[in-house]
Structures are given as structure tokens and as C-alpha cells.
Design a protein around this ligand. Sequence first.
Ligand SMILES: Cc1cc2nc3c(=O)[nH]c(=O)nc-3n(C[C@H](O)[C@H](O)[C@H](O)COP(=O)(O)OP(=O)(O)OC[C@H]3O[C@@H](n4cnc5c(N)ncnc54)[C@H](O)[C@@H]3O)c2cc1C
Length: 531
Amino acid sequence: MQEKVSIKLLPQEADNNDIIKAYILKALDVKQHELSGFRITKKSIDARSKQPYINLTLQAYINEPFNNYKFEKIIFRDVHHAKNSIIIIGAGPAGLFAALKLIEYGIKPVIIERGKDVRSRRRDLATLNKQGTLNTESNYCFGEGGAGTYSDGKLYTRSNKRGSIQNILNLFAQFGADESILYESHPHIGTNKLPHIITAMRQQIEDCGGKILFQKKLVDFTLNKNKIQSISTADGEKLKADAFILATGHSARDIFILLYEKKIKIEPKPFALGVRIEHPQHIIDSIQYHCSPRDKFLPPAAYSLVNQVNGKGVFSFCMCPGGIIAPASTNNEELVVNGWSPSKRNNPYANSGIVVEVLQRDVINYNGYNQPLNNIPLPLSGIFFQQAIEKKAFIEGGGKFVAPAQRLSDFVNNKVSASLPECSYLPGIATADMRNILPSFIFSTLQQGFKNFGNKMRGYLTNEAVIVATESRTSSPVRIPRNDETFQHPQLDNLYPCGEGAGYAGGIVSAAMDGEKVATAIIQKFLNKSS
Ligand SMILES: Cc1cc2nc3c(=O)[nH]c(=O)nc-3n(C[C@H](O)[C@H](O)[C@H](O)COP(=O)(O)OP(=O)(O)OC[C@H]3O[C@@H](n4cnc5c(N)ncnc54)[C@H](O)[C@@H]3O)c2cc1C
């Protein structure tokens, strides 16, 4: 017999299997010899009261052999000689999960990726962090695994499609992620572990007969009626396929421009922009757990904040406990930041994006462009908006990807900081006045938002925290339209826009889910044809 048990434990109790067993015996009123084993199916922290607790949901095995079954492994097919071939542009989560889904059903994917494999990519990140020199084709956004590879690897999403989310988590576990991601309420993998998982995925794709071609950048395509006839890569090759999945992410601005120039429909969409904030981790721990120092059985604390200021949403984004602020630019002379953490989240800082929603009317009303607005095509206006602010940030930082920064209370009180605290951002930070960088509506919404956050989390609004600019690549400012059911572009039968860049995902899990969804539509199309 199997029984579901929910228990609430002190953090140190939740770390001890003998104590958990004792709780199960008591809850189910069974003898020790009757309990053959148990498995955690859900784990979350409840830190609402002064004493934080761990909530566990367990599957207990009573008078039957314990089965430590955790997830169903996917069997991938041999596609070396598959009839159809699909080209996927972009090896981010959307592209990789699309490829794996196609292989599962016997269709051969060829992924082309502008960046390098994870190992070579790591060297380019080191050069950027140490010398402030950016490789525009190999960086925190471009390369094997996409923007998610050198990230915190948070695997939660606002999507509520439980089944699909579980499939994605199962696959991450199948490729080597710690199985705790299957039951943690806020699972994460960590920058140190993600590259191995991505490499294992590539290995699987290649072993089955799929291909991944690095430093192969889509630069053009030719059309034949309502189809893409071939695509051209920067090295001069022309490639043909039965279908093309476009999963190039939100930072591939050249792709949006290419589509626009080829008169392929794209649309502007709302996005968000702001700054990244960094606190000493112990401040966040003491606010969230009501104790200092943190109980050693509790993980570094996270937070999630959201507020409305004069009808504008301001919210935390991609919070990284025990993390590092990273230079996430893809172009020279444009400053973009983001955050990551290692699996143990054991750095002394807690960082998070704090961003303000940006609507089309905000983009149109902005007067900080360095060219007249009527020269800017409407579908690309969000990109120009991001770019104008990223350029100002680069100049204010003084070059070499040094980031402009301000202490938090100083920012809220309109004071330029005389000095700055230690910060995890490796290229360095320089004191600046954020009014010179951020559009006034973002500046004032952030100011009030931080005051409101300080009221919700006492101690959050402090000069020990520092904000750095700019957090500008939160989501795509462009949507590439597609049919709701077939996922084809309305003008081009064999083009499948996919993932975050196309405007259908925000984060690793939702991008991976979208990759699977698009691949499934292609599978249905081709398998129906051949049957
Ligand atoms: C530092 C950092 C930390 C992050 N942390 C998290 C996190 O903890 N949790 C989370 O859920 N999300 C996180 N994100 C966001 C997450 O990485 C993205 O939401 C996700 O990767 C989007 O997946 P995607 O496949 O749609 O696009 P991407 O991951 O952006 O992948 C697109 C790929 O396409 C390639 N490409 C672009 N143009 C071309 C071209 N012309 N030809 C060939 N290839 C091309 C790019 O090189 C890239 O590899 C983070 C992002 C960054 C930068």
C-alpha cells in the first residue's frame, strides 16, 4: 500500500531521514518494519512566521516493496536515415528541447547555432569578465544552451501546464540534473552544473543522428511563394529543409531586422526594463527568515516582489540568491546586466532584476533616441528603445563594460553616491546618476517601487544595496506571429517561430515547453503526411 503524507518540520528535522521516518510512522500509525521506504514528492519553505518550517509531501510504502521510481525516461530514436529534416536555428532551451522531441518521434533535427560550444564559450565569458572585451557572437546570451547555460538555472515558470512542466523537469533530470528539481517548489540547477547537462543533451542528439553546427549563423533566406526555400549562413553555406524552427532568442536583433527587411510580419510587444539590485545575502536572509545569521539548514533566501505605481507594474525578475551579476551584452558599447548563481548559491550577495513594464505608448513617447522616431520602424521600436538606454549605460559606466551604479537609498533620495559598496559584478561598477540613463517614467516608477518594497520587506531599502544598469533583456520586445494551432508563420508555411525571441516564452522552462510544442506540431504534420 502507498500512502501520501504531508508533514511540517523544522529545517534541521527535514534534513534527517530518521526523523522524517519517525513522523511518517506517527502520522500513519504504522510500525517501523511496515514502512519499507519513502520518497519526497514536494518540498517547500514556509517562512511566514518567526520560525521557518519545511513542508514535505511524501509517498510512503507500507507493507509493500519500496519502489524508488522517480520519472519515466524518454527513449530517443535513431534518426540517422530519417526521411524529413528540420533545421532549428538557435541552440537555446527552445531549440534543444524541440530537437529532442523531434528525435523522440523519429525526425532528424539539424541545429545551427551562431555561438560556440559550452567549453569554448566559457573562455569568452572569462575574457569579458576580466578584460571587458566582448565577443559579439559568444557571450552570456549566444552559444550552446542559449541564454540559460550560464544562468541560475531557475526552473520555475508562471505557466500552469503542470504535465508539460513535469516533462521538462524529467528531461533535465534524465540528462543529469539533481533529482531534487523534481520535488522542490522552486527548483534550480546552477551555473556550474548546467553546461554538463547541455553537453549531455548535445551528445544524445548527435548519437541519435541529429546535428548541431556551431559558429553557424543565419544571415539571410530566400523565399519561394509562401515558403522559405533556403537559408544562408555567415560562412556562405546555403541550407534547405522541410521546415525551419526559428528559436533565436530575444537578443538576436539582427534576426528581427532581417525579418522586417524581408517584409515578414513581426509585431511590437510589451516588455520590461530597469536595473539589477544587489544586497548582501545576510540582509535578505534576516528579512525573509526573521533570524540572523541564517539557520544552516535553510538555503540562502530568495524574494519575489511586485507592485503597481500609478498604474505601472514594477516587479522583481530572475532573483538569484547567493549569486553574481553578469555582463549580458551582445553588442559593443551597450551595457546589459543579468544574474546567475552556482548550484549551492554560496556567494555573499543576493541579486535581482527590478523592472518596470514598458508599453508601446511608452516607447513612442520616449525622447531619448539619437534619431527621429519616424525613422524607426514601429515593429522594431522596442529594440531601439532598449538599445538607446543600453548605450547611455555604457557611456555612464566609462567603457569596458564597467556598469553605472548607485546605492539604493541614494537612488531613492536623488543623491549620486559618493562611494559604492562591494559588488559581485566582475567588470566593475562606477558611481553614476541613473537619471542620465533611465527614461523618467522608469526612473520615477522604480523610485516609488523601491519605497513600497522597503515597506513590505523592512530593511530592503538600504544604502548597503547597490543598483546597476541596465536590466533590459527581460523579454522580447517583438512577437513573430504564428498560427495558434499549427504554429506556422501566417505568411510562411514552413517557418515556425519559437521560444522567447518569438514572444512565446519567458525563461528556461517555458522556452523548453514551447520548443516541445512547436516540434509536436511539426511531428503531427509530417507523420500525418507519411501515414
Ligand atoms: C545571465 C542569464 C541568467 C538567466 N537566468 C535564468 C534563470 O535562472 N531561469 C530562467 O528561467 N531563465 C533565465 N534566463 C533567461 C533564459 O535563459 C531565457 O529565457 C531562455 O534561455 C530563452 O530560451 P530560448 O531558447 O527561447 O532563447 P535563447 O536561450 O536566447 O537561445 C537562442 C539561441 O539562438 C542563437 N542564435 C541567435 N541568433 C542566431 C542566428 N542568426 N543564427 C544561429 N543561431 C542564432 C543564440 O546564440 C542562442 O544560443 C537567464 C538569462 C541570462 C542571460
